[in-house]
Write a protein that binds this ligand. Sequence first.
Ligand code: MG
Length: 438
Amino acid sequence: MRQVASVLHLDLDAFFAAVEQRDKPSLRGKPVVVGGVGGRGVVSTASYEARTYGVRSAMSTREARSRCPHAAFLTGRFHAYHATSRAVMAALREVSPLVEPLSLDEAFVDLAAADLPDLEVETVRAVGERLRARVHEVTGGLTASVGIGTSKFIAKVASDLDKPDGLVVVPPGGEQQLLRPMHVTIIPGVGPATAERLRRAGIHTVADLESVTLDELVRLLGRAHGGGLHALARARDDRAVEPERETKSVSVEGTYDTDLTDPRLLAGLLTRQAGQVAERLRKHGLSGRTVTIKVRLHDFTTLNRSATLGSPTDHAPTIGRVARTLLAELDTSDGVRLLGVGVSGLADWVQEDLFGTEEDDEDPEPEVEVPSSRRSAWAPGMDVVHADLGRGWVWGSGRGVVTVRFETAETPAGPVRSFDVTDPDLAAWLPDEEVNDG
Ligand SMILES: [Mg+2]
């Protein structure tokens, strides 16, 4: 724990739902639920308007529909979330070079590395307010909650205290007073199993935990966990803010506006992505040992599978072969909406290729054509473009009709029109396939 409150945690409020409300003016101020919209879907994010009806993340969409039937239920648009996240992270790096993203909508910033005259409470509070205003600006109106404290633990607890659109600074010395009345699950690493074990020992709050000796905690939870908890109960946390190191992996991924089910198509896409990854590796003189695939299923579950090779490679057929083998082990029969391939464990040299030479390259790059959504599902919320009416989003579809609301972040709430699902003037709109380093 530091002597000054120099760790900042920023968390965007109801991120996916807020991006949808930004881009869909007619939904501003209304309940919005982003997640799997199908029968077995799960809520990913609910807007604050939907939360007042008891809709929560990780709840089944079925349950959410029964609690708030008039909410807009939308599938995710990850291209928009990624672009918004990149703008936020860039704004944080304007403040300090030490930024550690935790997810698309959350990051730690080390203010000790920022160029500030001092780290007094009033100074860091002003930085927090400026940052919130800057995030609002670069995201086109999203709000963020900020917590500032003497450690990562305290900063993260603080950002949650005045959500949404809040700022809380915990002054140095105020940590234990803040934590004592809180339930033990506030402590990172205390999940349901640990909480249950503590409960049976009569330990409910952080204050309860603080009164337990180190020996007792170690007896109860084992040496590593017990020791860690003993320290965190006293707000002792010295974890450093670790910025993203230079590219740790090279990856390519694509999001699709229909659920892809054809195994040959999926294998073909992986093969093409493996080729793009290999090209990028070679361009940077890199190679890697670990091949990872990322698969997001129709219900929003995201799976990562990886395999590590005996030696680094930058060989497209090898990467493709490993990726296809990993995919074959997954059940993708209900559809895939995001697919990606990455190589990590990078070395800046290529060992003699042990997997064959360029000449024995298997099949040439396959022809892969992603089915256009025109012939299949128009997912609610997805971006579309009409030849005459321009950009809009799918409001709903069924019985051969798709209904579109024509509006974007830059327009007022727009008109609704219906089309035959096979109308040639209407097409899905997606930015170019995403290519990510890292
Ligand atoms: Mg958030």
